[in-house]
Design a protein around this ligand. Structure first.
Ligand SMILES: Cc1cc2nc3c(=O)[nH]c(=O)nc-3n(C[C@H](O)[C@H](O)[C@H](O)COP(=O)(O)OP(=O)(O)OC[C@H]3O[C@@H](n4cnc5c(N)ncnc54)[C@H](O)[C@@H]3O)c2cc1C
Length: 494
């Protein structure tokens, strides 16, 4: 039910779209076709419907969609946008869950860079690879694996997420607890700026402090500062083994406490995930094969390194699970079983989406000490509003994905779900955390920017945006609201 009008969604109507669509027919569309080719521009209403959504529950119609194939085309399209003053949203796979590729203005072009997916350079001597932004994360890993490397940032969406999307959302994943998020793995970028200029930033040198760190500024900028057309990435040598142990606990609270203890004792896990019992039940039903022990939550821990060392640490880990009250433990000592465990974890969101007509993935992140309490808060807000929540996440980073499940066709349920969302966000902030650990603000979480940031910080953020994009061509209304923009606020619930 992602197509219905909804409170809290965006408000670009079909009527507004048609107005702009007609405006574009005689001017922008022919010029766009000249740049990227006739067959690479879409503006039929059915195509626009497809591109009016992403993996969030927000929607908004673009005026057209274009597919770029190289940096030159991207630059020319951006120059065209400057000429006619329309806006552009760069798009990879559209798997973001924060309305990151949803237009906030009707005069918007979705510029898809997913077809720019080639390897540009493989520098095995320096463990670096340069790729175009449309390269899919899993394809990148399949490409470098025969050389003995892997790309560490590993979102559960790795089969679809593109490098451009990952860089712009600063995506995390299962191994962030040990190796960090995307930011730690980007050495350089080629960027088309908001006026169409192409710049190259970063360096192959590991230590590099020559001026401001612009690479880090672009990472996580959600397409608002420039369009990435190439990314130079670090590769990590594959470990000899990666093995997994699971501890099943009575409650998510107990599981959360165990996660902190594992980190405190210096296990240095390369993955520390958590799934509550609702998630486990959904995964069981979805897969039809997996069967988990009865429990309140499971903690899944991955250790990597040489076999002897990992085996020894796994034995100690099992003891810690027991010490922390695990009802049951399991150790997977072969690659195939470990892969099955991770496949079950990666199936969590798709499995849960089948349970109810509407599923919204949240992304709260709290300091480790507050992780167990966050589980209690999730339970409280769920009960208070009568909305089901299943939770899994990257517990070692304190980053949880509560999944709100409801039926948005029922206005009362929908209102209660939005209230749940607001309560959840405030609970995370009150626990010294954030509403978003890895998914970003997009248009979905704009209302929380003034809650999390001081006014002076918001002002500074605006000035950075103005310096990079004075005409507000790139993703207007994302991260920073535009005048008159209708986005989700507490008023939608009252
Ligand atoms: C089932 C599921 C599981 C997920 N698991 C995780 C997870 O474990 N960890 C995690 O961090 N996220 C996760 N995500 C969220 C999402 O997959 C990631 O944010 C992903 O990196 C987005 O990549 P994309 O190619 O789909 O980007 P898109 O959704 O197309 O775009 C994301 C943002 O990047 C911008 N952008 C895209 N390409 C460019 C470019 N070349 N230049 C400038 N800006 C650009 C867009 O404008 C937008 O703001 C998950 C999503 C789903 C649906």
């Amino acid at each position: 039910m992602r197509g219905s009008p909804r409170k809290g969604g965006l408000k670009i109507t079909l009527e507004e779209l048609m107005e702009h669509k007609l405006d574009w027919e005689g001017t922008i569309i022919p010029e766009l076709k000249e740049i990227v080719g006739e067959e690479n521009v879409l503006n039929h209403v059915i195509d626009l419907y497809v591109y009016s959504r992403d993996a969030s529950i927000d929607t908004g119609w673009p005026a057209a969609v274009a597919f770029a194939h190289n940096t030159e085309e991207v630059s020319k399209v951006v120059k065209l946008a400057n000429k006619y003053e329309f806006s552009i949203i760069p798009r990879g796979a559209g798997s973001n869950v924060c309305g990151g590729v949803i237009p906030a203005k009707p005069d918007c072009l979705i510029l898809v860079v997913a077809r720019m997916n080639k390897v540009v350079d493989l520098d095995l001597e320096n463990f670096l690879i340069t790729v175009e932004p449309g390269m899919v994360c899993l394809d990148l890993n399949n490409y470098i694996e025969p050389y003995g490397f892997y790309f560490v940032p590993d979102p559960a969406s790795d089969k679809t997420a593109t490098i451009g999307g990952m860089v712009n959302n600063n995506s995390g994943g299962i191994r962030a607890v040990k190796y960090g998020v995307t930011e730690q793995w980007v050495m350089g970028l080629e960027v088309v700026l908001a006026d169409g200029t192409v710049v190259h930033i970063g360096n192959k040198a590991i230590k590099y402090v020559c001026g401001y760190d612009l690479v880090s500024l672009f990472v996580g900028s959600e397409g608002t500062l420039g369009i990435i057309t190439k990314a130079m990435l670090k590769m990590q040598p594959l470990p000899e083994v990666r093995l997994v142990a699971s501890g099943y606990f009575d409650t998510a609270f107990a599981a959360g406490k165990c996660v902190r203890e594992i980190i405190r004792r210096g296990f240095d896990p390369s993955g520390t995930e958590i799934m509550d019992y609702k998630t486990l039940k959904a995964v069981e039903e979805y897969s039809g094969k997996v069967k988990f022990p009865e429990c309140g939550a499971v903690v899944v821990v991955e250790l990597d390194g040489n076999r002897e060392d990992v085996e020894m640490r796994l034995d100690r880990l099992e003891l810690v699970f027991k010490e922390m009250g695990a009802l049951q433990t399991e150790v997977a000592r072969d690659a195939e079983t470990c892969e099955q465990v991770w496949a079950a974890r990666k199936a969590a969101f798709p499995a849960l989406t089948l349970r109810r007509p509407t599923a919204r993935m949240e992304d709260v992140s709290v300091p480790l000490e507050n992780l167990p309490v966050m589980f209690q808060k999730i339970d409280e807000v769920s009960k208070k509003n009568g909305i089901e929540i299943a939770t899994f996440g990257h517990a070692g980073d304190g980053n949880l994905h509560p999944i709100l499940l409801w039926d948005e066709r029922d206005p009362d349920q929908h209102r209660r779900a939005l209230q749940t969302l607001i309560d959840l966000w405030h609970a995370a902030v009150n626990l010294e955390g954030t509403v978003t650990g890895e998914h970003g603000i997009g248009v979905s979480k704009l209302m929380m920017m003034p809650v999390e940031h001081e006014a002076a910080v918001l002002e500074l953020t605006k000035k950075i945006k103005q310096a990079f994009d004075p005409k507000n061509i790139l993703c207007p209304g994302h991260v920073i609201p535009i005048p008159g923009q209708k986005f989700f606020t507490e008023e939608d619930v009252s």
